[in-house]
Design a protein. Structure first.
Lengths: 375, 289, 237
């Protein structure tokens, strides 16, 4: 019992010392906390929610009373300016590429006639969705102008008509919004804090020669290592909360999934990242090597292959396959589902199990690698 | 035989740091010195005895525990200060000391009397970070940290290298105090005046132990007569003396030359006088022959 | 006089690291500069080598003003320290060529003198060896040869023999005597008090001031000490 108590106090002495190391390195602390905050703020500024005077191009082969009224109403609204008339639907791509046009409206032939006779006419809205937020807003405003006209028509003629706008988002069909950066950002920060910082912290002791003393002390080597992980585990979780709060209150990301499960999911990923850092620290001998190994071996792949920067679906099959062994890929995909899509937890079961499996595997390997001797 | 440290036939074949058939015993409560040139294998020996690396063959026991098989138990009984030992630069003086006390299952208060002579000199700065101490104060703190737990056997690998003579003296006084507490101390040093302070010393070169003796016996075992000489220009005198075929060896030693003759002393050498050899003279003689 | 220091002072804020020191060292003299850790030796050495500007006072080293002509001072001195002296991952001759080149010697001179130097210190067979593979004692000998390769008027040695065994130290001191015989002034710091006895004159620094300066023999008489270690301990306590 007394022995156990002593072991505990040793363990807490270690954890306390580790916190001292972290909090006294003010600059590194600022970088760790600063990176997510700055990135979130940048994304926040990049998203424009204001939509005004969007330039509209129109292809109107029927050119009848109905189409003209719709065009006029659109022009009259504060959101839209009809600036061009196209000679063919094929010109749409061209005007988009010139960059000013945000919306192309394409009427079908004999629009008015079909509307009156069949009560059903087709209208196509082509929207530049390279800024997905902007695209969504444009689409909903254009839809409301058309719905407004439909309402008018109903009152005037008492004929129930239906105008079916077919909306096509161009240049970003999956509607990858800036929100999608949030899970990717989390993945990267966890790799930075957990994997890089822990591996550096452990290797630093090897370099300074203090590891020799700790190894010779009665403290079990595994306690030395675990005590290094605890502070980074806590800090990562705090950073997770910070990113989450900023996302909700600055970016306005609606967190639609279960908060409890989101936290559990993130904590599993943090454990994976910590064990990766541990693994690196058991292999390398210098701090520089630790930074290189975690930077090139972990953070770069997270940026490139996790779906943070490039969508996985559009990668060549071989890269898709490689991305499968990157833990962050599963975290990003699961976190997207929980944060943005708001699906119940059973839909992220696969991701969760894969990450758990990875955690167990890496921890086992690195614990076997922890040496009780110097060689 | 219940000696504290027992080395029996410990071999390590490892490039430059090879140890060959090293055997010695250390008695309980003794200050045992390991003296030898750089690269002789002192650090390797320390690492084997503290269970940090394992020997290729042979067996070693410390406090009755086998360093290869009983290392977990062993680590509870020993203390070790490696040669390039450094403190945690971002922890304060007090925090460093407390940390090292805690990991060795003790408290600063419990063993404060052991370190107070040195520690009270840095105590005014106890809240200062170790990285901001001057070189001398850092050394004092490192020494305090190494001694704060009272192990059964304490291994110190060149603890005083780069330390000024005053702090070195204080350090050795602390070691003597530890000794009276029954702590066995194995220490390596390049300083010959410190070798004199050990109860017994082992001269080690190229991984082999040349002799294990008390300093007095080593000095008494000097096989020749040693002479000193000096002149206005010792360097020119040295060159001159070395030309003499009767001279076995001649060296500068501070203000004097130390000369050993093959046969009878050559009385024409200026200011020639027979003297008693120092540990250093014995060390040089043993290694050269 | 090769070194002439007059009331040299260096302050860091409120702290006076070097406090009005005055002394001079002559040609070919071996001068021991002693003091406890933190006594101000390193700060003073930095000023003598033109690396640090004095707060007040004057100093001339090798004939140049240490405050106004630090570049000329650096050109005319040699320097060797225990911590840094040679590049471990370069070969013996590459180290010599590098440092000789730094001091502006031309290629022909360098290769001629390299062989002479290596022969003299017995390292001719190790010409193509990486420095890290040499024993510490050999490294120190090589480092000293490199430090005096460009034939400076004075060489500064900062704890040159730390961690070196007695045999290598005795040999090292023979090299120092040899250099002094050739007229090179040797300015050396050490923690080995037995080494202080090799010096022609020694100074002992305590808290930024030079407490005593004399020959080892006269210092021992004055303090009724049997060796320099006792002198040092009486002063530094």
């Amino acid at each position: 019992m007394i022995m156990k108590k002593k072991n505990n106090s040793q363990f807490f002495a270690f954890v306390r010392k580790e916190f001292y190391h972290i909090f006294r390195d003010v600059r590194t602390m600022l970088v760790i906390i600063g990176i997510p905050v700055i990135q979130i703020l940048l994304i926040g500024f990049a998203i424009s929610t204001e939509v005004k005077n969007v330039e509209v191009a129109v292809y109107d082969p029927s050119n009848d009373e109905v189409t003209n009224r719709i065009i006029n109403q659109m022009d009259a609204s504060e959101y839209f300016n009809v600036t061009r008339r196209l000679k063919s639907a094929n010109e749409a791509d061209e005007v988009f590429k010139k960059g000013q046009t945000g919306l192309v409206v394409v009427f079908c032939e004999g629009f008015g006639e079909r509307l009156y006779h069949t009560g059903d006419a087709a209208i196509q809205l082509l929207i530049d969705a390279s800024d997905p937020n902007h695209g969504t807003t444009v689409s909903s405003y254009a839809g409301s102008v058309i719905a407004g006209y439909q309402q008018e028509l109903l009152q005037e003629t008492n004929v129930p008509v239906r105008i079916n706008p077919e909306i096509r988002m161009l240049y970003n069909p999956e509607m990858r919004s800036a929100y999608n950066f949030v899970p990717g950002l989390m993945g990267m920060i966890f790799m930075l804090v957990c994997a890089m910082m822990t591996s550096v912290a452990i290797v630093r002791e090897k370099e300074s020669g203090t590891m020799e003393v700790l190894l010779v002390s009665p403290v079990k080597p595994i306690y030395v290592v675990i005590s290094k992980l605890v502070p980074y585990f806590i800090i990562s979780w705090v950073i997770f909360i910070i990113i989450l709060l900023l996302s909700v209150f600055v970016l306005g990301v609606p967190i639609s999934g279960s908060l409890v499960w989101l936290n559990i999911f993130a904590l599993i990923f943090i454990i994976v990242a910590l064990s990766l850092g541990l693994l690196i620290s058991t292999v390398v001998k210098t701090q520089v090597a630790a930074i290189l190994a975690s930077g090139m071996g972990l953070i770069m792949p997270v940026m490139i292959l996790s779906g943070y920067v490039f969508p996985i679906e559009s990668m060549p099959p071989i890269l898709q396959w490689i991305s499968g062994i990157i833990p962050a890929r599963w975290f990003v995909s699961g976190a997207k589902k929980l944060i943005i899509e708001g699906v119940p937890v059973r839909f992220v079961l696969k991701e969760m199990l894969i990450l758990l499996g990875m955690a167990i595997l890496i921890i086992t390997v690195s614990l076997r690698n922890i040496k009780t001797r110097l060689e | 035989m219940k000696d504290d440290v027992t080395i029996i036939n410990c071999q390590l074949i490892n490039k430059a740091q090879a140890l060959k058939d090293v055997s010695f015993e250390v008695k309980k409560g003794e200050i045992f010195g390991l003296i030898g040139p750089d690269g002789a294998g002192k650090t390797t020996l320390f690492r084997i005895l503290t269970s940090l690396i394992s020997a290729d063959s042979g067996q070693a026991t410390v406090d009755g525990l086998d360093v290869a098989t009983d290392f977990r138990e062993l680590r509870k009984h020993i203390g070790y200060m490696p040669g390039r030992f450094s403190l945690y630069q971002d922890l304060s003086v007090e925090e460093n000391l407390q940390f090292f006390a805690t990991i060795f299952n003790t408290t600063v208060e419990e063993n404060y009397y052991l370190i107070q002579d040195i520690y009270k000199q840095i105590e005014p700065f106890k809240r200062r970070r170790a990285g901001k101490l001057s070189g001398g104060m850092k050394q004092k703190l490192a020494l305090s940290c190494a001694l704060i737990h009272k192990p059964v056997v304490l291994f110190l690998d060149e603890p005083t290298t780069g330390v000024d003579p005053v702090s070195r003296k204080e350090f050795w006084e602390m070691l003597k105090k530890l000794k009276t507490e029954g702590v066995t101390i194995v220490v390596s040093t390049p300083y010959m005046d410190e070798a004199q302070l050990c109860d017994r010393i082992a001269l080690i070169q190229h991984g082999k132990i040349l002799s294990v003796e008390t300093p007095e016996k080593i000095i008494a075992g000097f096989p020749k007569k040693l002479y000193q000489a000096h002149s206005e220009n010792n360097y020119l005198l040295l060159l001159e003396v070395r030309k003499n075929p009767e001279v076995k060896s001649a060296f500068m030693s501070g203000e004097y030359l130390h000369i050993v003759f093959n046969g009878e002393a050559d009385e024409t050498v200026p200011n020639l006088k027979e003297i008693g050899p120092s540990i250093e003279d014995c060390f040089v003689y043993l290694i050269e022959n | 006089m090769i070194i002439k220091i007059d009331n040299l002072t260096k302050c860091f804020g409120d702290f006076t690291a070097v406090d009005h020191i005055t002394f001079s060292v002559g040609k070919g003299e071996i001068f021991g500069f002693l003091g406890a850790n933190g006594a101000g030796k390193t700060t003073a050495m930095r000023m003598f080598c033109g690396l640090s500007k004095p707060t007040s006072g004057e100093g001339r080293v090798a004939g140049y003003d240490i405050a106004k002509q630090p570049e000329m001072v650096k050109k005319n001195i040699g320097y060797m320290s225990q911590k840094f002296s040679l590049y471990e991952d370069l070969k013996v001759w590459e180290n010599i060529r590098l440092f000789a080149g730094i001091y502006g010697l031309d290629g022909k001179q360098i290769s001629r003198k390299t062989d002479i130097t290596l022969k003299r210190i017995g390292l001719m067979n190790e010409k193509n060896t990486l420095v890290k593979e040499l024993p510490l004692g050999w490294k120190q000998k090589l480092a000293f040869s490199v430090a005096i390769f460009h034939e400076p008027k004075i060489v500064f040695l900062d704890e040159p023999t730390g961690g070196v065994d007695p045999i290598a130290r005795r040999q090292f001191w023979e090299m120092i005597y040899e250099a002094a015989e050739k007229g090179i002034t040797v300015f050396v710091t050490t923690h080995y008090m037995d080494e202080a006895e090799y010096c022609n004159r020694v100074s002992i620094m305590v808290d930024g001031r030079i407490k005593v300066l004399d020959t080892p023999g006269r210092l021992k008489d004055r303090f009724h000490a049997k060796n320099m270690d006792e002198v040092f301990r009486q002063l530094a306590r």
